[in-house]
Design a protein around this ligand. Structure first.
Ligand code: AHR
Length: 331
């Protein structure tokens, strides 16, 4: 669907010709190739969402380690959950004429202007982990990441199966990720669609906990105060679920028994809670995107066509499966 723009392809070919012709010293900073240095090393400008969760920490490590392994020079910026910081970082990378820009957008909307600036500067952009809602798909080369709707759906389908014999209402509370983020929007959607199969399953409260432990704990405390009967918690990530555990225990309830807990991610701490029976089910979301990202960066820099969408392979875990997987868990 997305087209590799002809000017980019032409620019990449021109850059190769110039290099082969031994005139690389003239530089390509004002050409389509962006900021390649004389050493031929690719420079990637990466804007990370922040450090809100165990997942994010593992993702940052994967990106940094993979860049080193691939011989790519990485310029890394932590946006601290702010879109304005990401836009600023991307503009800096454009000014520095990096070869490739990659980023994980904190929210889905509001990227068209800065993405257009990158395109006008002939710097290819790769979306990783999260996507944007831009109608113009030519503003980025590819999107590498999970299917968040599917994750929510898998979580919901598991619950439908568990509660198929329920004769009365099953009250669910939902801890959402940060407002406007693709995984928050999509996991909510997938979960909601799946549980619609059983009218007994009702979401009685749903609020953002911003993907953090502190947020999960605080919002769960409010849920517990306002709702005497909570049967199920669906947390959009492990960290919020882990924060909620503290609130549930403090309220005198037994997590995993009095309240069924479903989360997303499957980071080590979440898997431990699942193995211990405090969580009941996790839909996996892999943060180990670094190697594929570096591979894609090399390809787009070389002007090669890449698929418009690359979906991460993922699974789900029950308590028994978590016990088995934990010893070899990498993150
Ligand atoms: O975008 C991926 C999500 O962001 C992860 O599920 C969550 O833990 C992180 O903060």
């Amino acid at each position: 669907m997305r087209t590799q723009s002809a000017p980019w392809r032409a620019a990449a070919v021109l850059a190769s010709v110039l290099l082969v012709g031994g005139v690389a010293a003239c530089g390509n900073s004002d050409t389509g190739g962006g900021g390649s240095k004389d050493d031929g090393k690719i420079t990637m400008g990466f804007s990370q969402v922040g450090a809100e969760s165990g997942w994010r920490t593992a993702n940052t490590t994967s990106i940094k380690e993979s860049a080193t392994a691939a011989g790519i020079e990485l310029k890394f910026d932590d946006a601290q959950q702010k879109q304005e910081n990401q836009i600023k970082a991307i503009r800096n990378y454009i000014q520095q004429k990096v070869d490739v820009i990659a980023f994980s957008p904190v929210v889905e909307s509001g990227w068209d202007t800065v993405l257009k600036e990158a395109k006008d500067a002939d710097i290819p952009v790769i979306l990783t982990d999260r996507s944007v809602d831009s109608a113009d798909k030519s503003l980025y080369k590819t999107f590498l990441g999970s299917d968040f709707v599917k994750e929510g759906r898998l979580a919901g389908e598991w619950l439908v199966e568990q509660k198929k014999t329920a004769s009365g209402p099953v009250n669910i509370v939902e801890l959402q990720g940060n407002t406007g983020a693709a995984p928050a929007n999509d996991r909510k959607k997938g979960f909601g669609e799946a549980i619609a199969a059983n009218p007994n399953l009702k979401i009685i409260a749903s609020q953002p906990g911003d993907f953090t432990r502190a947020g999960g704990k605080q919002v769960m405390e409010q849920f517990l105060k306002a709702n005497p009967k909570i049967d199920v918690l669906f947390a959009h990530n492990d960290d919020m679920g882990l924060g909620a555990l503290e609130a549930i225990t403090a309220a005198g309830k037994v997590p995993g028994k009095d309240i069924t807990i479903i989360t997303v991610d499957a980071v080590k701490d979440g898997m431990q809670a699942l193995a211990d029976g405090k969580f009941n089910f996790i839909a996996e979301c892999s943060p180990l995107l670094g190697p594929q990202l570096m591979d894609l960066a090399k390809k787009v820099h070389a002007g090669e066509e890449v698929p418009a969408r690359i979906e991460t392979e993922e699974t789900t875990f029950t308590t028994e499966q978590a016990k088995e997987a934990l010893p070899n868990r990498k993150y």
